[in-house]
Ligand binder design. Structure first.
Ligand code: HIF
Length: 288
């Protein structure tokens, strides 16, 4: 147990939980980043609904969305931390774990503010289908991310998070990592998008792109891109940003830090005491 508000103690325990020798590539980091993003990425600016406040993924309506398959691993990694620091809300813990993991994996420091509550009103839970569908293309990315309030540059900057982790056929129907070192944050994702010869993967699974990693042997795991990743180099407005971020790591790090901080703040309105208020959110219109 720590003093309520001792977020440094929580940060330390998140770092301690990252090393998971038997899990994926040896780190819980990537799946924690995905948890923070999926908690936040349900936001809709028009109706002012969704977002990380309320930690709705604890419940079947949101947690059971097929788009969230696999995120129970992230929640299980964090459970001992919640038990030890019981004063922290799940909504704060999930978003904090994402930013701590990014920094611990070599990424930028990302501004994070506490105050999210775990209060859930069923009528405030976002409907399913708000998270992106990886089988689609640029127009879908714009539809999903404009709804959250992001622009084209921000969509490309965020996408660099696919430097981390991997796809699992049993979770999403896609398979493999995007880069050679999926537990180290870098701008490699953009470089590989531009540099490798991406070809449709020959397999029975979902359509995805595959390429040999630079310097890989025949039996080495191939790298992958989702159709939504590949869309970034097919689209005239996205592609220049891919080129910029491939060339300029520092620009990517600073733009990424800003846009990820914005993502985890979506729909979080704090009152004068700093506590987020679920009742400030509008109800989900039934026709949505
Ligand atoms: Fe992902 N993402 N994401 N994603 N994502 C997967 C995995 C991760 C999309 C689809 C997938 C973002 C945007 C999009 C991470 C972080 C972010 C998987 C694989 C899919 C299919 C899941 C699995 O099988 O386990 C789509 C369509 C997106 C719209 C562009 C964000 C920008 C890149 C917002 C983001 O931060 C991370 C990290 C993972 C790796 C998870 C893991 O378990 O290793």
């Amino acid at each position: 147990m720590s003093q309520p508000g001792d977020f440094d103690a929580v940060r330390k325990d998140i770092i301690a939980v990252l090393k998971q020798p038997k899990y994926d590539d040896g780190s819980a980091g990537p799946v924690l980043v995905r948890l923070a993003w999926h908690a936040s990425g349900t936001y809709c600016k028009e109706t002012d609904t969704g977002g990380s406040n309320g930690a709705g993924m604890r419940y079947e309506a949101e947690g059971g969305d097929p788009a969230n398959a696999g995120l129970q691993h992230a929640r299980v990694f964090l459970e001992p931390i919640k038990e030890k620091h019981s004063w922290i809300t799940y909504a704060d813990l999930w978003t904090l774990a994402g930013v701590v993991a990014i920094q611990a994996m070599g990424g930028p420091e990302i501004q994070w503010k506490p105050g999210r509550t775990d209060f859930v009103d069923d009528s405030l839970l976002p409907p399913r289908g708000r998270l992106p569908d990886a089988a689609q293309a640029a127009d879908h990315l714009r539809h999903i991310f404009y709804r959250m309030g992001f622009n084209d540059q921000e969509i490309v900057a965020l996408s660099g998070a696919h430097n981390l982790g991997r796809c699992h056929a049993d979770r999403s129907g896609f398979e493999g990592p995007w880069v050679n070192s999926p537990t180290r944050f870098s701008n490699q994702y953009y470089k590989l998008l531009l540099k490798l010869q991406w070809k449709p993967k020959k397999w029975d699974g979902n359509f995805q792109y595959a390429a040999k990693a630079p310097g890989a042997d025949d039996d080495d795991e191939e790298l992958m891109m989702l159709p939504t990743d590949y869309a970034l180099i097919q689209d005239d407005k996205f592609r220049p940003w891919v080129q910029k971020y491939a060339e300029d790591r520092d620009l990517f790090f600073s733009d990424f830090a800003k846009v990820f901080a914005k993502l985890i703040e979506l729909g979080v309105y704090r009152d004068e005491t700093g506590i987020a208020r679920a009742d400030k959110m509008k109800k989900v219109p039934s026709e949505y």
